[in-house]
Design a protein around this ligand. Structure first.
Ligand SMILES: [Mg+2]
Length: 280
């Protein structure tokens, strides 16, 4: 076989090889990377918890201070008799689940119950920057920490193992890990659990990463959410402290009301349609 022909064959074979593969587009790639690599994310979290610590000191000096807005939480005489507490969410508030999110990105999947259950059962989530120092400080000041999470009640043991292993305060003799479904009325709407805590404790601060950690009815349209928070502007940074979570939450679900498409490409298309380009 002529040498020239062999060279031609080799070049043709090389050209036929697949070019470097395009990475699959995944909606969670950038937010997951931000959480895992940006010191800006770490600084935002520390800033929130340091501010919360200052607010806690102020709250402890004021026997009428409450972060709860239900009417039963507003009676000053009753409030003064109750022991102090702080109510915190768990996921993306105390625990960083970005490795679990990264598994979904690599698998090219949307929220996957099997992957999530596996991640939670490993009890390996690391603390959100600043969370541990804050919780230990609050406990040292005699404040009871209640953890209200939409993790399923079946995950309580793994969740406690994770929290305890990191050193988050978990008192004996009082259930402070209040998960979804532990009681019939404890749905993903957290207000019933906040009311449960407010029966026995004065809630000094609420700390979370989702509007649902603060207000009833967060799962609604984006416009309704803006109306929902309007009366509470003065609560942020004083009684309510929020952590940045760009990866998921009721903010994202609100883009899809009334129903979230199961197809990931359809989700992306819908997200593109709500982008504001400030064009007439
Ligand atoms: Mg959360």
């Amino acid at each position: 076989m002529p040498k020239r022909f062999l060279i031609l064959l080799a070049v043709t074979a090389l050209l036929a090889l697949p070019q470097s593969q395009e990475p699959p587009a995944h909606q969670k790639l950038i937010p997951t990377l931000w959480v895992q690599s940006a010191v800006e994310w770490q600084a935002s979290c520390r800033q929130t918890y340091l501010s919360a610590r200052g607010a806690l000191d102020e709250a402890l000096r004021d026997s009428r201070w409450t972060a709860e807005i239900s009417p039963s939480s507003l009676d000053p005489v009753r409030l003064a008799t109750l022991p102090p507490s702080v109510v915190l969410d768990i996921d993306e508030t105390l625990l960083d689940n970005s490795p679990g999110q990264a598994r979904q990105v690599k698998a090219g999947s949307g929220f996957d119950h099997k992957l999530w259950n596996q991640w939670v059962s490993e009890s390996k989530a690391q603390p959100i920057p600043g969370a541990l120092d804050f919780c230990r400080y609050a406990a040292s000041r005699g404040v009871t920490l209640f953890y209200i999470s939409n993790r399923d009640a079946a995950h309580e043991s793994a969740t406690r193992t994770n929290l305890r292993g990191l050193g988050f305060p978990l008192p004996d003799g009082l259930d402070t890990v209040l998960l979804r479904g532990e009681r019939p009325e404890w749905t993903s709407e957290k207000s019933t659990r906040r009311a449960h805590v407010a029966q026995t404790h004065r809630v000094l601060l609420l700390i979370g990463d989702d509007l649902g950690d603060f207000l009833h009815g967060a799962r609604t349209t984006a416009a309704a959410r803006r109306q929902l928070i309007a009366p509470y502007t003065q609560f942020w940074g004083r009684k309510w402290f929020i952590l940045p979570n760009p990866s998921y939450g009721s903010w994202e679900d609100a883009l899809f009301t009334p129903t979230i498409p199961t197809d990931l490409n359809e989700q992306l298309r819908r997200k593109l349609t709500v982008l504001d380009t400030a064009q007439p």
